[in-house]
Design a protein around this ligand. Structure first.
Ligand SMILES: [Fe+2]
Length: 346
């Protein structure tokens, strides 16, 4: 055991990574220490520079949560008034909602719990608008992971908030249908991509933002719609947008399915990447980001046990090491699956 171990205590937030003397990563910087982490550390000889005890971190996160909730509500209000204007044939102004989304993004982008902050507040009565806000924020976060430039980040955030704007021209009875869609109804829904492109070109004269609406259902293998574009013909930023859209659609409650766990969302993204519909590089980096944010959380394993994610492997971030009571499961070696969070507010 390292002497420094005594300087670490429950609730500390690590300012640096903790590695073994042989250089193996044990805990990532940003981890908030639990008893399980401290038990884990007691089994290794490890190195660490300093501990940043952020006593006020919980209070800080709480005030961020309140601020983000207010910003998201304002963005939803602004976006819904844009939709209302389009419905009555008036010309809306997009500037306010773009500014609001950028401000919200700036508020969360550096947080180790950005995903929690986004999903900690969901206005499900206004699902369609909430979904657009989520896709905007997730697109920005994925862009950041991939080192997007400032201009690219703005484009991702703006494309995200308006990507489904064409749904304004689709009949609500089809959009809100709870049962399975007929072929004719699905073909109608597909048109939201074309409608969105037309609306955005006409109202904003921004070809790039309009392209996001047009192409966000295209897939790398050519199986998407409305055009059937494939590979690099789908702009890289729109490949990001599609992944954010799919992940949020799975994780957020909708009229036709119950809310599903983000771990199910992750498994869908990985399968889509394996089948060459999504860009694997983007998916793996996004999954690594998500899983690192989920570290330390209580999760349900498909063997009925409750555990905690304690280590996220770099190459296979979807197969973490889980601690359950006194047992460790390395999902790279055992066939177990994470079903969901054990506590829904996590
Ligand atoms: Fe869409």
């Amino acid at each position: 055991m390292t002497d420094l171990n005594n300087s670490l205590s429950f609730g500390d937030i690590l300012e640096h990574n903790i590695v073994t003397n042989k250089g193996v990563l044990l805990l990532n910087k940003g981890t908030q220490l639990t008893d399980n982490h401290l038990t884990l550390l007691s089994h290794f000889n490890w190195k660490y520079d300093s501990v940043n005890k952020v006593e006020s971190s919980n209070r800080l996160q709480e005030s961020t949560q309140i601020k983000v909730k207010k910003l998201i509500t304002e963005c939803i209000d602004q976006y819904s008034s844009i939709i209302e204007k389009i419905e009555i044939g008036e010309k809306p102004d997009f500037f306010g909602v773009f500014e609001g989304m950028k401000e919200t993004y700036n508020e969360i982008e550096g947080l180790d719990n950005a995903i929690d902050v986004i999903y900690g507040f969901q206005d499900l009565d206004r699902y369609t608008y909430q979904h657009s806000v989520n896709v905007s924020l997730l697109s920005g976060l994925i862009g950041k992971i991939l080192n997007a430039s400032e201009n690219e980040l703005s484009l991702l955030i703006n494309m995200g908030i308006v990507h489904d704007i064409g749904k304004v021209r689709i009949d609500n009875t089809i959009l809100n249908k709870t049962g399975k869609l007929t072929n004719a109804e699905f073909n109608e829904i597909k048109k939201h991509t074309l409608f969105g492109y037309q609306i955005l070109l006409e109202l904003m004269a921004s070809e790039k933002i309009a392209e996001g609406a047009l192409l966000h259902h295209e897939r790398l293998d050519g199986s998407g719609y409305p055009i059937g574009k494939s590979g690099d013909d789908i702009p890289f930023l729109i490949q990001i947008l599609s992944i954010a859209d799919t992940f949020d659609a799975i994780c957020t409650e909708r009229s036709y399915h119950e809310q599903r766990s983000p771990f199910f969302g992750i498994s869908v993204l990985l399968q889509e990447a394996k089948d060459n519909r999504f860009n694997e590089e983007i998916v793996i980096k996004f999954v690594r980001y998500l899983m690192n944010q989920y570290k330390g959380k209580k999760i349900m394993i498909n063997n009925g046990e409750i555990g905690e994610i304690i280590y996220v492997p770099y190459e296979e971030p979807h197969k973490p090491i889980i601690k359950s009571n006194e047992k460790m499961y390395d999902l790279r070696k055992v066939m177990l699956k994470i079903l969901d969070f054990a506590e829904k507010d996590q």
